[in-house]
Design a protein around this ligand. Structure first.
Ligand SMILES: CC(C)(COP(=O)(O)OP(=O)(O)OC[C@H]1O[C@@H](n2cnc3c(N)ncnc32)[C@H](O)[C@@H]1OP(=O)(O)O)[C@@H](O)C(=O)NCCC(=O)NCCS
Length: 323
């Protein structure tokens, strides 16, 4: 043995062929929340920009929602379930650490025996997953991957804590990623700031989420713009030419602050799905993009800058070409 092993030949790049989403049936308005905790519609809309969010019911588990969102993404992509060889479920609200959810999701979609794993990068999870899928395709480990962001944040939120219960909701979004000679997923710019690991946390399995809202807000509005610019630079796209900006839907004021800082073109399409979905962590970016595509705000071939960020603290951004 000469100390060197064979590698598989990978594809030139990866591309998203279709998106899909699943929104839980139950709509929870600010008015409903204000009947339980001391808050009001005006405060919530002004501070976080949310009018309503969705709460998942007993028959809407993370696996159920993932299967629904991924099934829709598969249908939109034209890719057959049996061709998928990698399934990544990004989530930070799994009900238990064992087993991972991805194998069951794959089984329920009749995908067969793909590589399947869960990934926890909190609200940046979908962008981490997209990068992992694109890299697997480029290195030859995969040809067709499913990347899903799915959350039941309400399981880990104290519905009596007005600092968090107004913000979080449930849902799932998914993308089908395929090998392509013409790359449609740009290089990721990712990172973390573990010094702030307690800024959003769940202490143990008996506890609810705790959040230092102010420090998260400050971090998101001051530290992430350079990474967004760098993601455009690495993809070879002028930030002034980006067609759609789809950041994690944490807070409408964070979205608007980023839009102001980044100086996009005037008619850029901006994701503001938070208004009706709340903050759905790793599901928020694919949920928002699916809706924008369905409404015709984003068209085939448009460039979109994705930017996930959240607990960890973690962040990841990349430019994609929309299916
Ligand atoms: C959570 C957040 C909305 C709170 O807004 P804020 O302006 O920082 O508010 P504060 O926590 O400083 O609280 C200000 C006052 O509003 C009160 N308040 C907090 N939540 C309230 C609510 N839902 N309704 C009414 N009043 C509320 C506080 O008790 C406090 O009252 P006091 O001044 O009498 O003590 C804001 O910090 C935020 O959105 N941060 C980002 C969080 C985020 O994006 N998390 C997800 C990241 S993935």
């Amino acid at each position: 043995m000469n100390g060197s092993l064979n590698l598989r030949a990978g594809a030139n790049g990866a591309r998203i062929l279709g998106f899909g989403d699943y929104r839980p049936r139950r709509i929870v308005t600010n008015e409903e929340i204000s009947r339980r905790v001391d808050t009001d519609d005006e405060w919530i809309r002004t501070r976080v920009g949310i009018s309503e969010r969705r709460f998942a019911g007993a028959d809407e588990s993370i696996v159920d929602m993932s299967v629904a969102a991924a099934g829709k993404a598969l249908a939109n992509s034209g890719v057959l379930a049996e061709d998928i060889d990698t399934v990544i479920v990004a989530t930070c609200t799994a009900p238990a650490p064992i087993p991972g959810l991805a194998p069951e999701v794959a089984h329920r979609l009749s995908i067969g025996t793909p590589g399947a794993y869960d990934l926890n990068a909190a609200c940046a999870g979908f962008c981490y997953g997209l990068s992992a899928a694109a890299d697997a395709i480029r290195s030859g480990s995969s040809r067709y991957a499913l990347v899903i962001g799915a959350e039941r944040l309400t399981d880990w939120t104290d519905q009596d804590d007005r600092g968090t219960c107004i913000i979080f909701g449930d849902g799932a979004g998914a993308a089908v990623v395929a090998a392509s000679d013409t790359p449609g997923i740009g290089p990721v710019v990712w990172g973390s700031d573990g010094e702030k690991s307690r800024a959003i946390s769940v202490a143990d399995r008996f506890s609810y989420m705790e959040m230092d809202g102010r420090s998260v807000y400050r971090w998101a509005t001051t530290r992430l713009a350079d990474s967004a610019r760098r993601a455009c630079e690495l993809a070879g796209v002028d930030i002034g030419d980006i067609d759609a900006f789809v950041p994690h839907q944490a807070n409408l004021r964070i979205v608007d602050s980023m839009v102001k800082t980044l100086k996009f073109k005037d008619d850029i399409a901006v994701a503001r799905d938070i208004v009706t979905s709340g903050n759905t962590s790793s599901a928020s970016i694919p949920l928002a993009l699916t809706a924008m595509i369905e409404r015709g705000e984003v068209k085939t071939g448009d460039t979109a800058l994705l930017l996930g960020f959240g607990a960890g603290l973690t962040y990841a951004g990349q430019v994609i070409i929309c299916p």
